[in-house]
Design a protein around this ligand. Sequence first.
Ligand code: FES
Ligand SMILES: [Fe+2]
Length: 468
Amino acid sequence: MAGEFGDIVRGFSSKASPLVTGLLEADSRAVPAGLKQQGNYLPPSRQIPLSRYYDPAFAELEKEKLWKKTWQYACREEDIPEVGDRYKYDVGTLSWFIVRSGPGEIRAFNNSCLHRGTQLCSSNGWSESIRCPFHAWEWKLDGSLKNIPSRWDFPQVKTEEFKLPEARVATWGGFVFINPDPDAAPLENYLGVMPDHFKSWEPENRFTAFHIRKRVRANWKITMEAFLESYHVVETHTESLGFTGDASTQYDIWEQGDAHISRLITPLATPSPHLGDGASIAEAANYAFQAFALAMPGVPVPSFDVDSKLSGRAQVAEWRRQMMGAGLARDFSSWPDVTMIDSVEYHMFPNFCPWYGEGLPLVYQFLPYGDDPNQSVMSVRLTAPLPGGGAPRPPSAPIREIGFDELFNSAPEIGLLAVIFDQDMSNLPRIQSGLRAASDTRAVATFGRYQEQRILHFHEVLEKTLGL
Ligand code: FES
Ligand SMILES: [Fe+2]
């Protein structure tokens, strides 16, 4: 069974696994309007040349017209809690560092010394001032010049002209964004529906429970696109079909001026429509109980109760409300099933993917790595709700770096997710190699009209941004 949108089929469902709209109607709680809101745009079908994933000239164009001109998520406010804390943010060969320059004030500076260009910040950390390790030129945290050793030898240097160049900084939901373009419209214009949709979930009242940075042998767009659709689940993550509504995933796009936002909602605790009308709802609930229990060691794992008035999804959601409520001394009783268990991922152009809800509360960021367009870095954070009962805000987890040839599995803190990420990662270098070997007569990507619409949309906006 399929939902229609003009001549476009909007996902695929079964008797056992309805489309997302049906699941939201059956939610045991009131569902926020933002989750019920559907997109206002569907990009036209077309093919994308594969060369843009490896051509150095295309990467250079992205550097000049995209990364130097756009609002981009750099870090979270909790990464730099104290005045003097800094966070290094690299985009390919571009580099900035974000500094807590005063209480309630954040600045972003080009990571390059005004003397002879040395990188000013080589790692995250704290210091009282910004000091170059080569000859010790020094700036205050607000970027004004503080000291030049042998000042007598630089009569041409006027102190007021040697402030560190800055990118613009803005925040939303605990996220810190920068934009190197002084003429860009404000961040609010770019966030579109997100502030409204995330409001009740309060992304600002969360902390980073783990933070992984994985280097990948694939272009940043290839890496990102692998996480914008659930079409690959049936082949790449086959063992999750018992409890994942992969083909019934809902995709939405909102085009509003400067804001280019998309979203997917993949329902959990429901069987894949690929398993047919007779797939077991009880099994779907039981798999979901077990999957969520892996993130809560020591918690007893229930199983589907045939006598309960609640659906399988509602049973899993109710158990999560109680377990999370007890663990965090907070009240989740009014939170809808969709917020407690489903996978809801937003994308803000060009590379920011904040997930909504407790099902998978992740944040993705995809960036070029170094000067090779065949490499990228993917950052994955899990943000957890702040504990209640007056407990202090837990500190942000340090970053764990995972190299090109290392597995997510080497990061014990991410549990079962490591298996899923490593399945995704195993595809990426193969994609990068394969697309470079394409026949000249067929060197294009062809996208599904519904399930891959977010990727099509991304390329449409990218081409406009690059002036192609
Ligand atoms: S290059 Fe920075 S002080 Fe000389
Ligand atoms: Fe995946």
